[in-house]
Design a protein around this ligand. Structure first.
Ligand code: MLT
Length: 324
């Protein structure tokens, strides 16, 4: 009996080792939970390219939009933990969503194998070109007096643009009409066209349009100005020091990956965020690349846990209308 067990165990380990050694044998799907062309999609495509080179198989982007990113993340969280489905999550889907999204079908801190941080993405307050206000103080006055006649774009409850948007509104005491999009890529198109009035969005999405002078940037919500937007003041400089918020994008896999498969994905992302071309593109767009202490799965797990803890009380009170 013992011999049979030993052979069985050996066969299983050999098969396991063969599978992990040969992983990946086919293309890998990276689910992006928002429409193509938005910030999550942009970061995903930047890191997918060098990841494909390291893994020797194409990392193929699949945009699965809806419900503030939770549709795509839920679907990816329920896929087989075999390394062939990963996802690009962020501070919305894996930080703010539990506070804002009723009946979330995943737990950001428990339903995933964290792979690593891809990029930091500071938040910028932007408006249509024809917005009369010439500075943040003027914009705040216009938003407060405009009430529900003002339209604010976002990418769905719990998304970065929604959570940072409702926080902004609660701090300044504005109550605009919220207009939902399948991502801030499409939202930006409407902002450029003047079909929507303003939004708070990740710098990697809006930096090119700000540089192109097709939309107005009022402030960036980080302590320091962005080197890619040197003329955009910080919220502190612009008189709204309480509005300090920055987002991030990170790669996750469904919980339960074989260890060797997980390590290959971690190593591939680590190489991607150190890839000179990828780094250049992220920095050009105003994003930040992970510092050593921010990189990798352990740091990402800690970030998710701290972000859920941080955003839950802040956003719950913001949505209830009282200041955080
Ligand atoms: C968001 O959370 O606002 C998303 O990042 C928007 C997007 O990526 O399209």
């Amino acid at each position: 009996m013992k011999k049979a067990f030993a052979f069985g165990f050996l066969a299983a380990m050999t098969a396991f080792a063969a599978r992990a050694d040969s992983y990946p044998q086919r293309p890998i799907t990276m689910v992006v939970p928002f429409a193509a062309g938005g910030p999550t999609d942009v970061i995903a495509r930047i890191v997918a390219e060098p990841m494909s080179k390291v893994l020797g198989q194409q990392v193929v982007i699949e945009n699965v939009a809806g419900a503030g990113g939770t549709t795509g993340i839920t679907r990816a969280s329920q896929s087989a933990p075999d390394g062939y489905t990963i996802m690009m999550g962020h501070m919305g889907t894996h930080g703010a969503a539990p506070a804002l999204f009723k009946g979330l079908k995943y737990d950001p801190a428990k339903s995933f194998d964290p792979i690593g941080l891809a990029a930091g993405t500071p938040i910028v307050i932007v408006a249509k070109k024809t917005m009369a206000a010439t500075d943040l103080k003027g914009l705040v006055e216009a938003l407060k007096s405009g009430g529900s006649s003002i339209n604010q774009a976002h990418a769905g409850v719990g998304s970065v643009s929604h959570s940072t948007g409702v926080l902004f509104d609660s701090i300044i005491g504005a109550k605009p009409t919220l207009v939902v999009y399948r991502g801030t890529g499409p939202a930006l198109n409407d902002l450029v066209a003047g079909q929507v009035d303003f939004m708070t969005d990740q710098i990697v999405n809006v930096a090119p349009q700000i540089a192109g002078n097709t939309i107005k940037a009022y402030a960036i919500a980080t302590p320091e100005r962005s080197p890619s937007l040197p003329n955009v003041p910080t919220t502190k400089e612009a008189g709204l020091p309480d509005y300090q918020v920055s987002a991030w994008n990170a790669v996750f896999a469904p919980k339960g990956l074989p260890e060797d498969v997980r390590k290959k994905l971690v190593d591939a992302l680590d190489a991607a965020v150190k890839d000179p071309n990828a780094t250049k593109r992220i920095l050009e767009l105003g994003g930040t690349v992970p510092k050593t202490e921010e990189a990798g799965p352990v740091a990402l797990q800690k970030l998710v846990e701290s972000e859920v803890a941080r955003w839950t009380p802040v956003l719950r009170s913001a949505v209830e209308g009282s200041n955080p």
